[in-house]
Design a protein around this ligand. Structure first.
Ligand code: R5P
Length: 296
């Protein structure tokens, strides 16, 4: 199959790594902004299959440009257009928590399903939705788990007494999937969210942590509030060091500095979202999933 990977400027490095892993050409998409803020998107030549790489952090403008690029790729002759969005936005709002709220996951999923033939993403935040297929009905949906890649990245530095700590029940599957290949112990907290930046966490098995290194594992670092609250509990429990690893890190530089001040070092993440924490490359796992689903 002849395929090309098309990407936007902010994802050049990660897209190139993926194109190299797949052994296909990589082609930059150009965007010009009009004075009123509209985007003019221009894609390069389309092969039969076009993979469109864009991570959807800070998603509002990116989503519109991504839909425009998909349309331009079809106009250019692509018969199959597949979105590779390592971070998939708008997945957290999967129900109307308060009457009148939009169910963002359903709306964005429908837009993607309409514009693309396939979606490849990493650890989407699907807490109440059973599968990624349910989010993007009728197209090929590939959910790539980051746990094995994260476990490999940690393998060289963790000691056998390290405890992997998940902040809440929802983090359990991720924490256990990272801990299993490393043979490490797991502690899972319970979390109550009081606001965008305010959470209350309890660690029931905190006595197991004294005198041992701890690494916090989560799917997402957004404001960093969850990890900061955990760090205070871990210090109280007498851990020797606190690290953190997440699949996606959306935190600003200021929030990352606050995490360092709270005693967490290092903070690591995969490269699904470009940024200072994004040191673990997902390209090999993405390439394997794309190949095994016959998408390139
Ligand atoms: C929650 O369900 C997620 O798994 C993360 O724990 C959460 O999104 C992190 O957000 P923040 O960094 O703002 O506390």
């Amino acid at each position: 199959m002849i395929a090309t990977l098309h990407h936007f400027a902010e994802n050049t490095a990660e897209a190139q790594r993926l194109a190299d892993a797949l052994g296909i050409a990589c082609c930059a998409i150009s965007v010009r902004h009009f004075p009123d803020g509209e985007s003019l998107v221009r894609v390069g030549q389309s092969e039969q299959t076009a993979l469109l790489y864009r991570s959807l952090d800070a998603p509002n403008a990116k989503l519109v440009e991504t839909l425009l690029a998909a349309s331009a790729l079809r106009d250019g002759g692509a018969r199959k257009v597949v979105l590779v969005a390592p971070y998939l936005a708008y997945m957290r709002q999967d129900i109307a928590f308060v009457p009148g709220e939009a169910v963002s996951q359903r709306v964005i999923g429908a837009l993607i399903a309409e514009a693309f033939d396939g979606l490849v993403t990493v650890d989407p935040h699907l807490h109440r939705t059973p599968t990624l297929e349910a989010v993007v009905p009728g197209i090929v949906a590939v959910n790539v788990a980051a746990a094995a890649t994260i476990a490999r990245a940690l393998a060289a530095t963790v000691t056998p007494d390290t405890v992997l700590v998940g902040p809440d029940a929802e983090s359990r599957p991720w924490v256990e999937a990272v801990a299993a290949p490393l043979g490490l112990e797991v502690v899972i907290g319970t979390k109550l969210r009081h606001g965008d930046r305010k959470v209350e966490i309890a660690l029931v098995d905190a006595d197991r942590l004294a005198g041992r290194p701890a690494i916090l594992i989560d799917d997402l670092i957004s404001s960093g509030g969850t990890l900061k609250t955990c760090a205070a509990l871990l210090r109280g429990a007498g851990v020797t060091t606190i690290g953190a690893v997440a699949t996606h890190c959306l935190a600003s530089r200021a929030d990352l500095a606050a995490l360092a001040e709270s005693g967490i070092a290092p903070v690591l993440a995969t490269d699904t979202v470009p940024g200072p924490a994004a040191s673990i490359a997902m390209a090999p796992a993405l390439a394997e999933a794309i190949r095994s689903h016959g998408l390139a």
